[in-house]
Design a protein around this ligand. Structure first.
Ligand code: FAD
Ligand code: NAP
Length: 310
């Protein structure tokens, strides 16, 4: 029986692991289906983590986090969790995708979020063959070529800037003429001569052939179409909450959720189920920042420690 199971190894999961193990919990396993680090590892740079003045790639920034946790005894199981359920005696069953399961006295869910699809024609067909959601991973394939970045949030604008250092030109395609991104990022994008803004349009379709993507057709409110011939389209249209592991066999959720599928927690990251905590991007009103996810994780770790000890 584990004292604590942490699901997800992003900033929230790692911080929870650090606080729980350093606080004295002995048998703590972090179930992370990939390498620890979370979604920030797909980011080209992080410059807003307090106290970290050097601008690092997401991958470099997260590398010491797991090393630090492991020193205090956190174990990483490279497993995908398929479901969490509560047992009659108050403990939890952690069902793993491979068919096995583990039992735990308490659980912290930190499964974060994943990129949304924009749902235009051809997006799925050319995914991995020109359509991507990760500039750090795929940007280099388009060195000195023209690409599209789709979206108007922080991710789209920051990654458009990143792509502008590699590619000959970046078309930033957005469905409105105002952006959600932070003002300083908008300013940088507007002042970048390699970025052309294509606003108030939606993507009608992506086209290509067997070798991959050749471009996209965008359309404005009057129905006027424009063909943007590019080999790469980066889709940055927001994130989906990874809440599937909380779904029970009957389709209900293990704990209370809001109408958008975010986990309802109180200020101590307690869910509506005793012994079950949630932290990071998947909780209600998350600011979706590394520092916030880390703070949530630390709070949840401290609370789980108290729950198990008492
Ligand atoms: P995540 O980082 O999403 O981690 C969740 C982890 O859970 C993942 O590693 C995943 O593999 C794992 N997981 C999911 N489901 C399962 C399962 N069933 N079983 C096992 N493991 C599972 N924030 C900033 O503060 N500054 C920035 O500059 C910044 N830039 C960003 C750039 C990009 C491109 C993106 C996508 C995000 C950026 N963010 C930034 C946001 C930040 O990355 C997130 O807010 C933060 O990572 C959330 O942390 P988390 O631990 O809640 O979740
Ligand atoms: P986001 O803020 O939700 O923005 C998504 C963008 O995509 C919006 O501009 C939206 O348009 C557009 N969009 C949504 N669906 C679309 C569709 N089907 N077709 C075309 N466009 C579509 O998402 P995000 O940029 O990924 O950011 C997610 C969170 O992470 C945010 O809280 C953000 O602040 C945070 N983040 C922070 C940083 C940082 O601090 N440096 C960096 C990255 C991300 P509308 O505007 O018209 O709705």
């Amino acid at each position: 029986m584990l004292d604590l199971a942490i699901i997800g190894g992003g900033p929230a999961g790692l911080s929870a692991g650090l606080y729980a193990t350093r606080g004295g919990l002995k048998n703590v396993v972090m179930f992370e289906k990939g390498l620890p680090g979370g979604q920030i590892t797909s980011s080209s740079e992080i410059e807003n983590y307090p106290g970290s003045a050097e601008i690092l790639s997401g991958l470099d920034f997260m590398a010491p986090w797991s090393e630090q946790c492991m020193r205090f005894g956190l174990k990483h199981a490279m497993e995908e969790v398929s479901r969490i359920s509560k047992n009659a005696d108050g403990t939890f069953t952690i069902a793993l995708s491979g068919g096995k399961s583990e039992q735990a006295k308490s659980v912290i869910v930190c499964t974060g979020s994943t990129p949304k699809k924009a749902n235009f024609e051809g997006e799925a067909e050319f995914f991995g063959k020109g359509v991507s959601t990760c500039a750090t991973c795929d940007g280099f394939f388009y060195k000195n070529k023209e690409v599209v970045a789709l979206g108007g949030g922080d991710t789209a604008l920051e990654e458009a800037l990143y792509l502008s250092h590699i590619c000959s030109k970046v078309y930033l395609v957005h469905r409105r003429d105002t952006f959600r991104a932070s003002p300083s990022t908008i300013e940088k994008v507007k002042n970048n001569p390699k970025i052309e803004l294509i606003l108030n349009v939606t993507v009608k379709k992506a086209y290509g052939d067997k070798t991959g993507l050749n471009g996209i057709i965008v359309v404005d409110a009057e129905g006027k179409e424009r063909d943007i011939a590019v080999p790469g389209v980066f889709v940055f249209v927001g994130m989906n909450v990874n809440n599937a592991i909380l779904k029970q066999e009957d389709g209900s959720f293990l704990c209370d959720m809001d109408e958008n599928g975010n986990v309802v927690v109180d200020l101590n990251m307690h869910t509506s189920v005793k012994g079950l905590f949630a932290a990071g991007d998947l909780r209600i009103k998350a600011s979706k920042q590394v520092v916030c996810a880390a703070g949530d994780g630390a709070t949840a770790g401290i609370q789980a420690l108290e729950y198990v000890n008492h």
